[in-house]
Design a protein around this ligand. Structure first.
Ligand SMILES: [Cu+2]
Length: 185
């Protein structure tokens, strides 16, 4: 008896609920309310990023490696002055910090052409909590901080516009010794 009553209430509430849901749909929705779609929302949301990345998953990853050398402010330098990537390539960079002592903290930040110093000085102000990386359009990509002896990895999409970009360590006062050119072809 009780169950029957509940069921009846549910049926009378259902059209109202559907109407509410329909009226809440965003303007870009096609207006067709499909209960099945709504039930599988979580599944489609999880697979959506994969669809967006479809081009890059088919693309071969370009692997690069870079070391930070030296164990004093006078010695520090990157192992390479120049890195080269294909325009728009998916790049995986392995960054090895060969420093031993604590002040030898490094990162690799790729910047717009000619902007390594400007980005490094802005990164200095950001401080350790922000990984010494400023949030602005001059930054193409940045690695995590690599402590002495640590190896970090980063993945990024190379700029689509060919040119000579910069890379730099934005740890305070390292930029003048630790910078190089990213050639995008
Ligand atoms: Cu450094």
């Amino acid at each position: 008896m009780m169950e029957k009553h509940m069921k009846k209430r549910f049926h009378t509430l259902m059209p109202l609920l559907l109407l509410l849901l329909w009226s809440c749909s965003p303007p870009e929705a096609d207006g067709n309310l499909n209960v099945n779609d709504m039930a599988s929302d979580s599944a489609t949301a999880a697979s959506a990023p994969l669809n967006e990345d479809q081009d890059t998953t088919l693309q071969k990853i370009q692997e690069l490696s870079l070391h930070a050398l030296g164990n004093s402010l006078d010695e520090i330098k990157f192992s390479k002055d120049t890195l080269e990537v294909k325009a728009g390539a998916l790049v995986k960079l392995t960054f090895v910090n060969e420093g031993v002592d604590m002040p030898m903290v490094h990162n690799v930040v790729f910047t717009a052409p000619g902007k390594f110093k400007q980005v490094a000085l802005a990164g200095d102000k950001v401080g350790a909590s922000g990984g010494y990386v400023p949030e602005n359009d001059l930054v193409v990509a940045s690695s995590p901080i690599a402590l002495p002896g640590q190896t970090v990895e980063m993945e990024f999409t190379a700029p689509t516009a060919p040119g000579s970009y910069d890379f730099v360590c934005t740890y305070p006062s390292h930029w003048s010794k630790m910078n190089g050119v990213l050639i995008v072809k």
